[in-house]
Design a binder for this molecule. Structure first.
Ligand code: ADP
Ligand code: ZN
Length: 621
């Protein structure tokens, strides 16, 4: 059995860390920047690590916490996240516990006792918990080995998920001056990183930023049908139905939308669960549990769902309504394929979505400066969605990876859209909107440009922009105007259901008038492009492509795993991930020694499950 005490050493080395990784997690070696980050933390120094989703952030603090004497304190924003990580650690034989509002007084006392006796390696707490009452005082009495702050971008209002409770975490620097602190996150642009450093008082910290590449993710974006909710719903149902028996997340902008789509999906026999802030905590927990425990569950959710949900085998994320920024986009699509296996991110978007996103920002109580930054983030997202640049490449450049190359597998790489130079049409459209006094909607502006306004009045036909648009078709003009909206050059105001267009960002508009800012528009709407048979549809079928006998073994192992998970009341993947089960099914190990060589089979798991796994394989052979 794994004995952490045997590993506690006052000056642990990277070698010790590697041995522990192999023994407890069953992984052969560190990936990416893990080793560098761990070395820094083992050395007792403050650290900020920005590693991509699925990059293995947790071991960066879990391993040093086990190796360094004392208990590692982990600040984590969500109970679901804590529960999951603590469960997974226990399965691996690591002594971990959480202190959260869901525990009874007796349970809390038991955790404190364990922590004081030095038995615990990791203690998870929430930021609210830390801010409230006596928790900090009580923690100062414990031997703390390190403090880890998970999802650290939440501290910054420049980020995309600001949580006021995170602001108080800077105090940890004063309360625990000699304890190394490590902040980790998957998404933070340069400005957000600076804010994390300042707010969490990590001025002396080494900052590690890994590539944001997620090569196993295949990304697509497609235009919505204009103004037809039913057709858009139908498209989502179709996308889900094309991916049978796989776990996915469908993001929806509204509670009603979640309920409606989940019902439509259930009508088609899909195991869909609606999830949003309209359900009380208990109901949300039940629904989250179902999603985690049922292998084919599709979660139809608002963004109230997701952060910290580490289900590794989510095979796709579909945005029926686009997110609010590239950071949010990357984080949300990043919830697919955490296990490194192929997965997809599909985003549906339309001109009314950008208008909606901008309006929602307007209503938020935030400083004008912050609002401007957030508005720019919305525009950058839509410029990417409607753009013609490889999607991961565009996102990675946005995050500062200027050398990022095209991914080779997104919809843009697979079928590069044809664009045309639309500078002159853009100038005409902007001028038309301006001359019309910013009082009309898209249809009327197009009529004006093409000289088709019904019963045109002299004041209008006398404008220099009237009828100057004979160079493009009506559809062509609609595309140009949509694109100008996606780039933030035009803005649509709701005007009580009769939307009107006005000029957007004045700097950018001036640059277009002067011919200094290029405008390229896609020749065909993206929707038509993806309606062709999808060449890549087979790419995401790792299980289906297995040999029959391997598949039979995999299914048997899955069945076995389901029973063990039920018995213990834990999600199946904390026992073994799909990735590990597939590898076991492929390798078909004959003894525990062979089994232990498979990635994801550490000593704790071997001890608990080794025999049963081998028996399950024997039965199928
Ligand atoms: P993150 O929090 O960065 O999204 P996790 O810490 O949840 O990622 O890790 C994602 C998955 O990668 C987990 O299943 C984890 O066990 C696995 N993993 C972590 N480090 C390694 C490694 N060095 N080699 C192989 N798998 C790893
Ligand atoms: Zn690409």
């Amino acid at each position: 059995m794994f004995d952490p005490a045997a590993y506690e050493d006052p000056s642990p080395t990277l070698h010790d860390a590697r041995v522990l990784l192999e023994r407890v997690w069953g992984h052969k070696d560190f990936r990416g920047l893990q080793a560098s980050v761990i070395e820094e933390v083992l050395g007792g120094r403050n650290t900020l690590a920005v590693l991509p989703t699925g990059g293995g952030k947790s071991v960066c603090y879990q391993i040093p916490a086990i190796l360094r004497p004392g208990v590692g304190l982990v600040v984590s924003p969500l109970i679901a996240l804590m529960t999951d990580q603590v469960e997974a650690l226990k399965q691996q034989g690591v002594k971990a516990a959480r202190l959260d509002s869901g525990l009874t007084l007796d349970e809390r006392n038991a955790v404190w006792r364990e922590a004081r006796s030095g038995e615990l390696d990791l203690l998870y707490v929430s930021p609210e918990g830390l801010a409230a009452g006596s928790m900090l005082d009580r923690l100062t009495e414990l031997p703390i080995s390190l403090i880890a702050i998970d999802e650290a971008h939440c501290v910054s209002q420049w980020g995309h998920d600001f949580r006021p409770d995170y602001r108080t975490l800077g105090r940890l620097a004063e309360v625990f001056p000699r304890v190394p602190r490590i902040a980790v996150t998957a998404t933070a642009d340069a400005r957000t990183r600076d804010d994390i450093v300042a707010s969490l008082r990590l001025e002396d910290a080494q900052v590690f930023v890994d590539s944001f590449a997620r090569p196993n993710l295949q990304l697509t974006a497609e235009r919505k049908y204009n103004g037809s909710r039913a057709r858009n719903d139908e498209r989502v149902v179709e996308l889900v139905a094309e991916r049978p028996r796989r776990s996915g997340v469908v993001y929806c902008g509204s509670r009603d939308g979640c309920d409606r789509l989940a019902q439509l999906l259930r009508d088609r026999g899909i195991n869909a669960i609606s999830y949003h802030a309209g359900f009380d905590n208990r109901e949300r927990d039940i629904r989250l549990d179902r999603f985690l425990n049922e292998e084919d569950a599709v979660m139809v959710a608002t963004i109230a769902f997701g952060m910290g949900v580490d289900k590794p085998d989510v095979r796709y994320v579909i945005h029926c309504d686009p997110p609010g920024s590239l950071e949010a986009y990357w984080q949300e699509v990043g919830r697919a394929g955490r296990d490194g296996e192929p997965a997809e991110g599909i985003t549906l978007f339309g001109p009314s979505d950008i208008a909606w996103s901008l309006r929602r920002l307007e209503g938020r109580p935030m400083a004008e400066e912050v609002k401007q930054v957030q508005t720019r983030k919305v525009r950058q997202l839509f410029a990417m969605l409607d753009g013609a640049t490889c999607r991961p490449q565009a996102v990675r450049r946005y995050f500062g990876e200027s050398a990022a190359e095209p991914c080779g597998c997104c919809d843009i790489c697979g079928d590069p859209p044809i664009t045309f130079d639309a500078l002159v049409p853009a100038q005409k459209a902007l001028a038309a909107v301006q001359r019309l006094g910013e009082r009309f909607g898209r249809t009327r502006v197009v009529d004006h440009l093409t000289g088709r306004t019904k019963d045109v009045q002299p004041w209008e036909s006398g404008l220099s922009t009237f009828g100057i648009g004979s160079d493009l078709s009506i559809l062509g003009w609609r595309d140009v105007i949509d694109h100008l909206m996606f780039e933030g050059l035009l803005v649509e105001d709701p005007n009580d259901g009769k939307p009107t267009l006005r000029l957007g960002d004045p700097e950018a508009v001036r640059a277009v008038y002067r011919g200094e800012r290029p405008v390229r528009v896609r020749q065909a709407p993206a929707r038509e492009v993806v309606e062709k048979p999808r060449r890549n549809a087979g790419r995401n079928l790792p299980m289906e492509s297995l040999d029959t006998d391997v598949r039979a073994r995999f299914e048997a192992l899955r069945g076995w795993r389901r029973d063990r998970a039920k018995e213990q009341g834990v999600p199946p993947y904390v026992i073994f991930t799909d990735k590990t089960l597939v590898e076991i099914a492929v390798q078909c190990p004959r003894d525990e020694h062979d089994l232990s060589r498979i990635s994801g089979v550490g000593a704790g798991k071997l001890d608990r499950y080794g025999k049963a796994v081998l028996e399950t394989l024997n039965i199928t052979n």
